[in-house]
Design a protein around this ligand. Sequence first.
Ligand code: IPE
Ligand code: IPE
Ligand code: MG
Length: 238
Amino acid sequence: MNAHLDMDRIPVHVACVMDGNGRWAQKRGLPRTEGHGAGEKALVDTVDGSLDIGIGWLTMFAFSTENWKRPVDEVRYLMRFNSSLLERRRDELHAKGVQIRFAGRRNWRVPRQVMQKMVESEELTRHNRNLVLTMAFNYGGRAELVDAMRAIASEGIPAAKINEHTIKSHLYLPDQPDPDLVIRTSGEYRISNFLLWQAAYSELIFSPVLWPDFRRQHLFEAVAEYQRRERRFGKVKR
Ligand code: IPE
Ligand code: IPE
Ligand code: MG
């Protein structure tokens, strides 16, 4: 099934902007929220595909700090949907050895019950090692950097002592490796405030598939494309 993949060069960390739910629903004459609901299958299949090929870290952009600007009904739906998704899926994810994490602003705007589900899922799965699944929820790359700067300032770290490591170690998940591959679905060619610091040298792949139609074979195709790329990190090939 994934014979075309070089199993020695599977990306360690894949991050995904799950985009196109609204358009998927609108194409079918359904309310946008139905598209979010249909995205659950895509998420589960992407997790299973990642486990299949040995991706160690998977980060999924589920709700951005800018998504609060959407209509209040859609925001309310997304809050409920994401917490009920965790409730529905966390036991099976736990059984698969998936460690669930949360990246985003914890104490700002997210309803307490939703945050509670996140924390419970983190607690339940904290010792799992097959895959770290991070839900970027109430996440913004700029907000993360602001929060990191605030933490650095409040610790009184002198300016001359601040380096890249200081910043990295104050991000939401300091132990997370940078993503090797960032996939964005739905044919949009932008980052939309996702992992601004971490994606400095990520390979970017833009897929035309709308998120609810995304399945593991699309992930495998993206990994195959990743394996055809040459990563240089500013150096020259020798
Ligand atoms: C992505 O799908 C899900 C979230 C941002 C929560 P969209 O809701 O952005 O779908 P489109 O881009 O409008 O089609
Ligand atoms: C990015 O998608 C956020 C998530 C997928 C959660 P958006 O749909 O919010 O991004 P823009 O508005 O098209 O840039
Ligand atoms: Mg969108």
